[in-house]
Write a protein that binds this ligand. Structure first.
Ligand code: MLT
Length: 266
């Protein structure tokens, strides 16, 4: 089921299916909830899956000049309120969705039962990366989305995906092209100012699963394994063959990691 939730001046688009403990799926940048299409139904066999279009992305609106990760997290808490989901949720976020996951832990931890962090980072941008994001934000506002897939896809997908899964390349290209430049610029600016959260890691007390694609060059497995080791009891799984987009490049392997993790602790 797809629904539109009016919250304040913003309409949030949410896709839900299934029954069981809630599993919130939060997409990466510059994408929307369709990023989860290949895992949505398998996960919905055991969970009430809630795939959200973040502020400004997909079919959600609510544009701002800058959207900090804190605002995205507050939006998700408001969406859960609007859906009357009082039960604690399993939270899965990929990359920017993971940056938002840290903020969910910091600001709304009473809403969370488990944390699943895919292809993401705990450290902040350095000055060069942050400046590049601000430049990219201006570029997309003036020139639109046309060049974005060409610039980003080689970093998002493994070489083997280009060779063996052309449908994933076209799905990603189309998804990036349909995003609104205002949302893309606002999220870039928000990511540029996100904090280093490494000092939060030892205090995360809920079960945590960290998943990395073997060939992820944005959030490499060694870096992810390193921050997973700082979260008490966290599990780390590396998915062979995948790049930064595990749910699209290796959906079966992702479900094989996520479903037992959620079930074993129930
Ligand atoms: C993402 O997939 O969300 C982006 O790679 C995050 C980022 O640009 O840091």
């Amino acid at each position: 089921m797809s629904q539109t939730l009016p919250i304040g001046d913003t309409s949030f688009h949410v896709r839900t299916a299934g029954e069981g403990s809630p599993l919130v799926l939060v997409h990466g940048f510059p994408l929307d909830h369709h990023m989860w299409d290949a895992v949505f139904e398998p996960l919905a066999e055991q969970h009430q899956v809630i795939a959200i279009d973040l502020r400004g992305f997909g079919q959600s609106d609510g544009y701002r000049e800058i959207v900090p990760m804190e605002m995205f997290a507050d939006d998700i808490a408001a969406i859960l309120d609007a859906m009357e989901i009082a039960e604690q949720v399993n939270f899965a976020g990929l990359s920017m969705g993971g940056y938002i996951g840290w903020q969910m832990w910091q600001r709304h931890r009473d809403r969370l039962s488990r944390l699943i962090l895919l292809d993401t980072r705990a450290i902040a941008d350095d000055e060069v990366q942050a400046r590049a994001r601000r430049v990219a934000a201006e570029a997309v506002l003036s020139a639109g989305m046309d060049d974005v897939p060409m610039n980003m896809l080689p970093k998002l997908l493994a070489e083997g995906t280009f060779r063996d899964q052309p449908e994933v390349v076209s799905t990603m290209t189309e998804m990036i092209l349909r995003q609104d430049p205002r949302a893309v610029a606002a999220a870039q600016r928000g990511m540029a100012q996100r904090p280093n959260v490494e000092c939060w890691l030892p205090e995360i007390t809920i079960p945590t699963l960290v998943i990395s694609g073997e060939h992820d060059i944005i959030s490499p497995p060694a870096e992810m394994k390193g921050f997973a080791a700082q979260i008490p009891g966290a599990q780390f799984v590396e998915i062979p063959g995948a790049g930064h987009m595990v749910p699209l490049e290796a959906p079966a392997a992702m479900c094989e990691a996520v479903l037992p993790f959620c079930r074993d602790l129930e």
